[in-house]
Design a binder for this molecule. Structure first.
Ligand SMILES: [Zn+2]
Length: 369
């Protein structure tokens, strides 16, 4: 069965709940999408799938290289419950017919596009890349780079759930949706769920850093568009900032997350992203990256993301989170999450994939222990 067919059929399985049937129609064929948008969406899909085709040779699922597929999910846009405008920005990781799939809705792609535009038109963000207010072409290129970095972060995060063995091959197909309400979770389930998010984020950070810091192509393209030499003394810093902004936008964009306990608060996730950057920098002998990734820089960067996105959009009180994280209770919370790393990984060890070292990276086996 072709992977796109396995992707499509997942949504038609008889055990789909009424709610799922109300939301999802299957694979989005992109009918009715304006030609230019359709071309971009197709390009992104093909790009991710070809990256994954190359990546699968360094992954082992039960001793076989997994078949990976990325695609768009067609939604019915039901104007119900907490979703009165009918928009449905979501990402799902699942397995069907032996294919490990990641799907996102077009509303989610719109969200990423909007966030990129906002960030690239905020002078405080542009200052970080030495882009002056009159350098519109550079700002537009930064927007495009942020868009691809966010796509890479989001899809790698979802793939990270697969790699870490979070997708259970049960009768449901093991759907792992990012945006499901989780009010019913017990404190222990909530801790496990949050820890899984941190591990998936860790995979995404590693993929972004590998992509921007170890491959010449993405690096050269980014600098060319910005009108800067690719061996600029600040190159590594700019590329790291790109990854951090992609992660930050991804964490902050979640609508209506405030009451949910499946995902840790954005600032907690950024704390773990920072740890991941330090570990990656150590493995790849890039001490300058670790030096740049400090708590105060991250706080400033996140404040800029918050300013760019706007409070009314992201529904999260950053100042409350910041205050909480600096409090003894916040420190204790982070420690609990840190201590949960080994037990939660043990829990999913039977289904975890092996990651073989890739050429140019020494990160391999350390990404997933
Ligand atoms: Zn996730």
């Amino acid at each position: 069965m072709p992977p796109e067919e396995a992707f499509h059929r997942f949504f038609l399985r008889p055990e789909r709940t009424q709610e799922e049937k109300q939301r999802y129609c299957g694979r989005d064929e992109l009918w009715g999408v304006p030609d230019d948008q359709r071309a971009i969406l197709t390009l992104i899909r093909d790009d991710i799938n070809s990256k994954w085709a190359a990546q699968r040779t360094s992954l082992l699922r039960q001793d076989e290289h997994p078949l990976l597929h990325f695609d768009y999910i067609d939604t019915r846009h039901p104007p119900v419950g907490t979703n009165p405008d009918g928009r449905f920005a979501t990402a799902i990781a699942f397995e069907n017919e032996g294919v490990s799939c990641v799907g996102v809705t077009r509303d989610q792609m719109d969200e990423i596009s909007w966030l990129s535009w906002r960030l690239a038109h905020t002078q405080r963000i542009l200052d970080g890349f030495h882009i002056q207010p009159d350098q519109q072409d550079s700002a537009n290129h930064l927007g495009a780079s942020l868009f691809s970095a966010q796509c890479l972060f989001l899809t790698s995060h979802e793939l990270g759930h697969h790699v870490h063995g979070h997708i259970l091959a049960d009768h449901s197909g093991g759907a792992y949706s990012e945006f499901e309400p989780s009010d019913q979770l017990t404190p222990e389930e909530s801790l496990i769920a949050q820890r899984k998010e941190i591990d998936a984020d860790g995979y995404a950070v590693t993929m972004c850093l590998d992509n921007f810091h170890l491959l010449e192509g993405p690096r050269a393209e980014f600098h060319r568009g910005l009108g800067k030499p690719s061996q600029h003394p600040r190159s590594d810093r700019w590329l790291l900032r790109l990854t951090c902004l992609a992660a930050g936008a991804f964490f902050f964009s979640r609508r209506g997350e405030r009451k949910l306990r499946r995902h840790p608060p954005p600032l907690v996730r950024m704390h773990f992203v920072m740890n991941q950057i330090h570990a990656w920098a150590g493995r790849n002998s890039k001490p300058n990256l670790a030096k740049w990734a400090t708590v105060s820089r991250f706080q400033r960067l996140m404040a800029a993301v918050e300013g760019a996105i706007g409070m009314e959009h992201q529904e999260i009180d950053w100042h409350d989170q910041s205050k909480f994280l600096l409090s003894p209770g916040g420190k204790e919370y982070r420690e609990i999450l840190e201590e949960a790393e080994a037990p939660v990984r043990d829990l999913y060890a039977p289904r975890r994939w092996k990651v073989l070292p890739r050429a140019g990276s020494r990160g391999g086996s350390e990404i997933v222990r």
